[in-house]
Design a protein around this ligand. Sequence first.
Ligand code: ATP
Length: 453
Amino acid sequence: MSTDAVTMEKIVSLCKRRGIVFQSSEIYGGIGATYDYGHYGVLLTNNVKAQWWKSLLQERDDVVALDSAIIQHPKTWEASGHVAGFSDPLVDCRTCKRRFREDKLEISECGEQPSKIPGQGKNCDLTEARQFNLMFKTTVGPVEETGSTVFLRPETAQGIFLNFKHYLQFARKKPPFGIAQVGKSFRNEITTENFIFRTREFEQMEMEFFVPPAQADQWYEYWKQTRYDWYIKLGIRPDHLRLRPHDPDELSHYSSGTSDVEYLFPTDWSELEGIANRGNFDLTQHAEHSKQNLEYVDTASGERYLPHVIEPAAGVGRATLAFLCDAYDEDEIDGETRTVLRLHPQLAPVKAAVLPLVKKDGQPEVAREIVTELRERMQVEYDEGGAIGRRYRRQDEIGTPWSITVDHQTLEDRTVTVRDRDSLAQERIAISDLADELERRLRAPWRSPKLDS
Ligand code: ATP
């Protein structure tokens, strides 16, 4: 178990205090397991998604992008097996009227006070388990008639299979290649736990990597390692991250192998991402249900086959929560406790804050000039309100790696101080070198200072 200062309560409270994540519809009392991302939350999750896209699109040439619709033809979910099988076993309590997942009873709380594990209170009266489908249903068109029922997608992956043929025909893609997408998915989750870890509406980052069948095992090994390394490169401490292969009884019906990337949250080890060797299950199903041929045909050799698929599927909210937990730290400066997010600079919502020491003597004007120049290259923020120490703390709390202070010397020699969030070192740098220097630091390899503490 983690020995950090971090607890989930501290993360929730920091997120609310600094406008990272809010309970959704709070003024109406909130709605279960639904959250809104505020200003810094949007900047942070945008950075998480941008790093994911960069690792797949910019840094390699065998993955292409897609953005498919949330509402797809209802047959999609028959073919994929979600209509028949995407369900949780639920039990109801006739006494407290609450509903629980049978496989999560031991982490649920019953309605009795003091709360007990459902079934263990003296008045508990549980029903037999029934299967409950997790897909949200809605209707298309103005009348609710037969055939108008559709589902909000519970995963983004199926949109990729539905478009697979386009990539063969128009982009002339040849396996091995991947199609990646980021977007919202919806699941009517029953147990909702740990803040943004499990929500009913969430964003996924998924990729289907299509390979010749004989290469499936080797690409499965490759993507497990590559996805694990992505989190490490972005600063997650290696002793808080692991790859856990699924036991045979955990495997989905289509999968010949699945491993989860797990993070050691303050609560326990939990899944961030699943990497599955899905065989040709999905393409076979969609070929059958749509009566289309989804085979890859090599025009030169005449070889034809249904590609096998390796799927790394991650959640934006879960990754963000892991980055927040891993970054959260407390230390002491001048006898005061400081809260600091030691985020990888690439993930930090704001890269640099520009702070005039005083609100006079021409300092705000120079600070504004610096902001205008830096803003071309990175997310920066101007702050002139309050004592300088207090302004530093505000930036530390949201993980801003560098604070630039404009002081009386700046007016004389056009230099500023650059304060480092982690080492607290202050260096004087010429304004003319500032943007290049910050960019150099942003690109430099990074390791969590928590590893050395
Ligand atoms: P779990 O076992 O935690 O329900 P899962 O195995 O059903 O997850 P997948 O279907 O493999 O999850 O989805 C891939 C990823 O999408 C997960 O690893 C997770 O990061 C994210 N994800 C899935 N469900 C949710 C949810 N309800 N809220 C937030 N993220 C989710």
